[in-house]
Design a protein around this ligand. Sequence first.
Ligand SMILES: Nc1ncnc2c1ncn2[C@@H]1O[C@H](COP(=O)(O)OP(=O)(O)O)[C@@H](O)[C@H]1O
Ligand SMILES: [Mg+2]
Length: 387
Amino acid sequence: MGLGKRVMLLGAGELGKEFTISAQRLGLYVIAVDRYAGAPAMQVADANEVIDMLSAETLESVVTKHKPDIIVPEIEAIRTSKLQEFEARGIQVVPTAKAAHLTMNRDAIRDAAARELKLKTAKFAYAGSEAELAEEAGRIGFPCVIKPVMSSSGKGQSVAKKAADIAGCWKYAVEGMRGDTVKVIVEEFIPFDFEITLLTIKQRKGPTLFVKPIGHRQERGDYMESWLPAKISPAQLKKAQAMAKKVTDHLGGAGIFGVEFFVTKKDVYFSELSPRPHDTGMVTMISQDLTQFDLHLRAVLGLPIPEISYWAPSASAVILADRDSEQYSFTGQAEALKAKQTDLRLFGKPTTRKYRRMGVALARGKNTDEARRKARAAAAKVKIEYR
Ligand SMILES: Nc1ncnc2c1ncn2[C@@H]1O[C@H](COP(=O)(O)OP(=O)(O)O)[C@@H](O)[C@H]1O
Ligand SMILES: [Mg+2]
């Protein structure tokens, strides 16, 4: 083993698992790291480590032990000051240590996008206490959206419809916060027609590329289904691509970015960005030859991306757990796979939690409506049996 470069993956979830497979196919050695044993990417990686990724000391010890050439963050909650140190020592941090740092919390990247780069965003403000939140929400107006600056997958996020909701929203945000910063972002609620993820590939050499726009539907701030291509006008797509190029150029480095936008009749709003593959981008596992994981890898390694070939309109639909359990199994795969051009990815997470994403159904169709119907139908046929 160890013939190719050594990649250390920080965060070993379902996106990391697919990235690991892509990397191994091109001869790389992958060390998967997460805070719990048996994480999806650990099932396929060459080596595993279970550590607290917010701890500088334990990050140092695994890097000293495994000597990676490349560090690929898969989650936000990493001690990013340590990544800057690793980068200074000559390890490639993907896309850059600065990008990982700026996107760890919602505030730094929002400030860069809205204030420095002047991208169109929802009106927003920050608050560090309930009183401050009440004041800023009053200024922005109702309804407004409240999110911890450090959180993901909708955790701690809620909508305040009126001033009386603020106390509850504050409490919910504080409970859903990760890390030690007690700070929320409060945003104008955008009544968008739809939202998209624009997977943006920043190459070392060669132009920035875009995957076709991915439409998605969220519930509780978490993705339920995604499809490609989203029906967006050429003019609006051009606007979104220009914003994505601007913000990814600002962050620098090489790799794929999931850039999220809200689309209304008149406007396109930049919302947020992940400097890595995106959950809604799982649809690329059935829509095209180079998936978001292959594209990320090629960009990271500086390999050519001559073309992305699309097979057909496609969709993904999530398979969620509905309770907490230490033991479970799947049934219904045979039913789900009866439909043509349909597939499953069951992640093999060791335990379930209410609303935890356990798998995803994928489908192609004549158009995105048909692909969505097929993906949802297949997802509904997979049952989780709890023990
Ligand atoms: N200002 C807003 N107006 C309307 N909907 C919003 C707003 N902010 C977030 N949402 C909804 O909540 C989802 C999750 O919010 P997001 O900021 O992307 O957080 P996360 O990092 O958890 O994905 C969005 O995809 C969108 O559907
Ligand atoms: Mg998001």
